[in-house]
Design a protein around this ligand. Structure first.
Ligand code: ARG
Length: 609
């Protein structure tokens, strides 16, 4: 094969062709030799794979494990896929696949737009409730995790073939808007220009006045009544507040590069017309009972107790230490008003009946664990959440400041989301400028944004979802650590090789030996190739566990396997044309796999860093 045979085969992707991961092929063969028992196959650094399933099988069959392992190994046909299968240690099997099988697998992935990853066979409908800020207020540090993790999960699930409905459950209803509108009426007037973040300040002033001035508090309460009873002027002011907030959220989401669109926003107010029915139905079914003038749902017997045990809804999420607790869920308050809980119950009904959801996910602060446990329990009892529909509150840890305590400004205020974005982008600017001293200002700015925002997201996603982490801008843009910047750098390097080789497209199918042809891969090539084969498994692991850090770990391992390959295996300078083609194939597939994986996390993979 001549080196030039590579470039012309850059073709458009054919229709998607799933590629069976080598691990699956090997697993099936070993299982057959084990009479259907599970091989418990793992990747291994002694061979390519190690099967650990012989030990339990030997135990069950009262056999001597090493002898059984030897017997099974002898039964596994050695061919162009399985090159060697050897018993080892007390009863393991070490399996090595052939270089040819690995290369054909990689080439098949490279020829497919989905990198060979098959979509799920029976996809469901997942509704993801994420970001969900409150209107008229500025977004703050507390919104990052919900927004970033929810967005990554929305992308990953959509990639697996799931129908994903994003729901931005905006806090656009409640008594506090009476206070805000009254303050506006008495200061700038209701016709004035409304903008977030300025409105955030008005909100603070209104709250302070509400607490200090009983006359104002009374006028604010009347304003709530006016809003709820549809007073034209008040409703119009509220609508303008909502519109201004939505414009502001759209700007933040665009800056962060998250999928949320205005159409995904469905405020709490949307459910108002359904709340009376929610209460009536619960009361008729005997699930909600009047108590001190309010309508309440008391925790069901045998459900999660205050000991923190999780019900079915705890699976996959942290239900929090409280479980259902013993306090009731208040669906209608003593004054006749409906609250947050009734709204969430109406939303469950709407999502299951209206959207046909098979899975409900909520990316909300851990402090709401009890709220969700009670909402899910109530909805189950009412039959609104049938057993085949899962509901999970995916709680997350807290972002900590440099002092290791929940992040606050020096004066003790909540840190604005915009400040955190700006800090990450500033840190990124230093790194980008250092690497490229002659960059034009606009280009510097554009790249710093890609790097900074990628870093902010990766720092959040790569930490175990339920753990706290420290916000550290300098560390998150480090070129060497477990960072988005490291991934972006690895990707840029891959792209640079491909550019130099004249490979402009995104797919590369040259360098593929015919079945049975002799090829010899270097250890670093095999290690990289076997990791590329695991991409689908890494994506599936996130879809199942709702833990994006698993994909981060995979991509970080991929980037570092590439770096070893890069040090040990010359690509453009490879003497042999076939070797060069194989290495270019590895570069092209690595670049695409890395870029696709980063895209699933919502992180950009620029051509250059
Ligand atoms: N707006 C709420 C808050 O700021 C979060 C809403 C979460 N979603 C939900 N369906 N309750 O606390």
């Amino acid at each position: 094969m001549s080196p030039s045979s590579f470039a012309p085969v850059v073709t458009a992707h054919a229709a998607s062709t799933p590629v069976e991961p080598l691990a699956v092929v090997v697993e099936r063969r070993v299982a057959a030799a084990m009479g259907g028992a599970s091989p418990l196959l793992r990747r291994s650094n002694r061979a390519d794979f190690q099967a650990n399933g012989v030990l339990p099988l030997a135990k069950a069959e009262r056999r001597q494990p090493a002898a059984l392992a030897a017997e099974i190994a002898a039964r596994i046909p050695v061919d162009d896929v399985v090159l060697v299968c050897r018993p080892s240690g007390p009863g393991f099997l070490n399996i090595t696949v052939s270089d040819g099988a690995l290369l054909r697998n990689l080439a098949a992935r490279a020829a497919d737009a989905r990198l060979g990853v098959a979509p799920k066979s029976a996809p469901g409908v997942t509704v993801i409730d994420y970001s969900s800020p409150n209107i008229a207020k500025e977004m703050h540090v507390g919104h990052i995790r919900s927004t970033v993790i929810g967005d990554a999960l929305a992308r990953v699930l959509a990639f697996t073939g799931e129908t994903v409905v994003r729901r931005n459950h905006l806090g656009d209803w409640g008594t506090s808007f009476g206070m805000l509108i009254q303050q506006l009426a008495e200061t700038t007037g209701l016709a004035g220009d409304m903008q977030v973040p300025e409105l955030s300040d008005v909100y603070q002033q209104a709250r302070a006045r509400f607490d200090a001035d009983p006359d104002f508090a009374e006028r604010a309460r009347l304003r709530v009544v006016a809003l709820q009873s549809g007073d034209t002027e008040t409703v119009a002011a509220w609508q303008r507040l909502v519109a201004a907030s939505r414009r502001y959220f759209a700007r933040v989401y665009a800056e962060l590069g998250v999928l949320l669109e205005d159409a995904d926003a469905l405020g709490e107010s949307h459910y108002n017309p359904m709340l009376a029915q929610v209460c009536a139905d619960l009361e008729r079914a005997g699930i909600a009972v009047p108590s001190d003038g309010a309508l309440c749902v008391f925790p069901s017997d045998g459900a999660d107790g205050p000991d923190g045990s999780h019900g079915p809804d705890g699976a996959g999420g942290a239900a929090g230490p409280e479980g259902l607790g013993s306090a009731p869920l208040i669906v209608r308050k003593g004054d006749g008003g409906y609250g947050y809980a009734a709204t969430d119950l109406a939303a469950v009904r709407d999502r299951v009946d209206g959207l046909g959801a098979t899975r409900l996910l909520y990316l909300v602060d851990a402090r709401q664990a009890r709220h969700f446990a009670q909402v899910f329990d109530t909805a189950r009892r009412a039959g609104w959440l049938p057993p085949e529909v899962t509901a999970s509150h995916l709680a997350f840890g807290t972002i900590l400041g440099p002092d290791g305590r929940p992040f606050k400004t020096r004066s003790g205020d909540t840190v604005r989301l915009q400040d955190l974005i700006d800090q990450a982008v500033a840190a990124a600017r230093t790194v980008v400028a250092e690497k490229n001293p002659d960059l034009a200002p606009e280009e510097l700015e554009a790249r710093s944004r890609q790097v900074g925002i990628g870093a902010l997201k990766y720092a959040d996603l790569s930490n175990n979802r339920v753990k706290d982490y420290v916000f550290d801008p300098a560390r998150m843009v480090s070129l060497t650590g477990d960072t988005a910047t490291y991934l972006q750098y690895a990707h840029a390097r891959m792209r640079s090789v491909l550019r130099k080789a004249g490979v402009t497209g995104v797919t590369a199918v040259a360098g593929v030996p015919a079945a049975g042809a002799s090829v010899a891969l270097e250890p670093a090539e095999r290690a990289l190739g076997l990791l590329l084969d695991e991409f689908g498994a890494a994506v599936d692991a996130v879809a199942e566990s709702c833990e994006p850090h698993r994909l981060c770990s995979y991509l970080s391992a991929l980037a570092s396997a590439f770096s070893t390959f890069w040090e040990q295996c010359p690509v453009l300078k490879a003497e042999d044309g076939a070797v060069r083609d194989t290495r270019l194939l590895l570069c092209a597939l690595s670049a695409r796999t890395l870029a696709q994986g980063m895209d699933l996390l919502g992180i950009e993979a620029p051509e250059r860093l």
